[in-house]
Design a protein around this ligand. Structure first.
Ligand code: SUG
Length: 461
């Protein structure tokens, strides 16, 4: 007997899951090929300001009439992980012993990098998948040692938030092999007539792990083989997929993820000329498949002559969020949510102004201060995971992570109570700091009504 596939309402909308910045936010210079991370490595960070900047972005989106949710930070410092490397004693001793041996090791096990939830998973809406469920594959993030520690906790959190298996499938992350380097939604765009209609998922990969060697100076983090595996697992048909390489020029200039040089929303692909290997071929592939799906894509491309790639990478012009505005609060259309660096860089500001004046759906630009995250190479788009949901799916999401103004205020209060305003590498090996982070995370589980989110058990220090 074949399953009856229900019709999906066309009113499905995007729910952004922003990463709540964790208390261990710091600048450890961990990401080779990420220019901001290398530049700020070793500087003092301000975790409190970082978390408040993230919450202010969520408030701004709520004020624009867009629904907003969060993904919680992961347990860091990650004592269980250090214990598995042979450090013993109480949790405080494990941390101090590891730090005495290698501060760099502890920095990897302490990064708050799960804040960049565009790397948490790849998400396929029900309108595209064969079984009409929403599919998630947590990204294994094998390219960077500190980020490769995230996927199991990501899987755990997603499984709690998207528990209802009539609507959701949370897959296991891909195996940790260089063949299958997977960076999640940061290397995945989706084009469609409207969020709830069948879409074209554009998987953008940094390298073909089975192909000839290329001359990349920096890691091509996403492999073609990982993208293909995710598409298969999510039940995507050929008609709903395009696979296309990032350009080595972009990667070598510091675009370690495709979302540093490209963003999509509904019919629009907003990108830089140097983002893709042979952009004309990509446009043709997209046009052909989009026509078969019944929509016409719109390409908004910045030319290198107008906006140099170096300005794109330093300002994060294309790491903006491109969102569909609700009609009842505005004229409809789309808005760009950009970092203030774009406003401060003449070439990128001019391009945004030109886009707003042009014949396309983008009607508004909002500039936000996200300097704490930006200094580690994470802009507005890195900080959110987009999940398209219809009404029934939306109702099945764990309600504790859905934000309103009061919940955002409660989280601001929580940050002000528990977060330091200065954190350096020397602080990461301190058992007092470990204790503070755990007190903060325990309090968070109550605010989000996720009592079993973390599996640490506090030992006597
Ligand atoms: O993976 N930075 C992150 C930034 C991720 C941005 N995400 C997207 N583009 N979607 C990374 O390189 C730096 C951490 C440090 O150096 O302390 C870091 O992990």
């Amino acid at each position: 007997m074949s399953a009856v596939i229900p019709d999906l309402p066309l009113t499905a909308a995007e729910l952004n899951f922003d990463g709540l910045v964790g208390p261990s936010h710091n600048y450890a210079g961990l990401s080779h090929g990420n220019i901001a991370s290398a530049k700020h490595g070793g500087q003092a960070a301000n975790p409190r300001a970082a978390a408040l900047q993230g919450l202010a972005k969520m408030r701004r989106l709520l004020d624009l009439g867009l629904p907003q949710a969060i993904l919680p930070p992961q347990e860091r410092p990650y004592v269980r992980g250090l214990r598995a490397l042979g450090f013993g004693g109480s949790d405080g001793q494990v941390l101090e012993n590891a730090f005495a041996q290698s501060p760099a090791l502890v920095a990897n096990y302490s990064s708050a990098s799960s804040m960049w939830t565009a790397n948490a998973a790849t998400v396929t809406p029900a309108a595209d998948s064969a079984d009409r469920r929403v599919h998630f594959t947590p990204a294994n993030l094998t390219a960077m040692p500190h980020r490769a520690l995230e996927d199991q906790q990501t899987r755990r959190a997603l499984s709690m938030i998207f528990k209802d298996d009539t609507h959701f499938v949370v897959h296991a992350p891909l195996a940790h092999t260089p063949l299958l380097g997977d960076e999640g939604a940061a290397n995945h765009n989706r084009l469609c007539a409207a969020h709830g209609t069948s879409g074209l998922e554009v998987f953008v990969y940094g390298r073909d792990a089975l192909g000839p060697k290329t001359d990349l100076k920096f890691p091509g983090r996403q492999t073609l083989q990982a993208s293909e595996a995710v598409a298969r697992l999510h039940g995507l048909k050929d008609a709903n997929t395009v696979f296309h390489p990032q350009s080595p020029t972009a990667i070598n200039a510091g675009a370690f993820h495709n979302d540093v040089v490209c963003v999509s929303n509904e019919t629009v692909l907003f990108f830089h000329e140097a983002a893709f290997d042979d952009p004309a071929v990509l446009e043709k592939r997209i046009k052909t498949k989009a026509a078969a799906l019944g929509f016409a894509p719109q390409f908004i491309m910045a030319r290198a002559d107008d906006v140099p790639l170096t300005d794109v990478i330093s300002s994060y012009l294309f790491n903006s969020q491109l969102v569909t505005l609700p009609k009842k609060l505005s004229q409809g259309g789309m808005a760009l949510i950009l970092p203030t660096q774009v406003e401060e860089t003449p070439s990128t500001k001019a391009f945004v102004d030109q886009t707003l004046a042009g014949d396309n759906p983008i009607t508004e630009a909002h500039y936000l201060d996200l300097r704490q995250s930006m200094s580690n190479g994470g802009g507005p788009a890195c900080l959110r995971l987009r999940v398209v949901l219809n009404a029934a799916q939306r109702a099945a999401v764990h309600p504790g992570v859905i934000m309103d103004a009061a919940k955002l205020s409660a989280l601001e209060g929580w940050v002000k109570t528990h977060y330091r305003d200065r954190l350096t590498r020397a602080d990461l090996g301190d058992r007092q700091f470990l204790d503070e982070t755990r007190t903060a995370l325990e309090a968070l589980t109550q605010l989000l009504d996720l009592p079993n989110l973390y599996d640490f058990q506090r030992t006597e220090s």
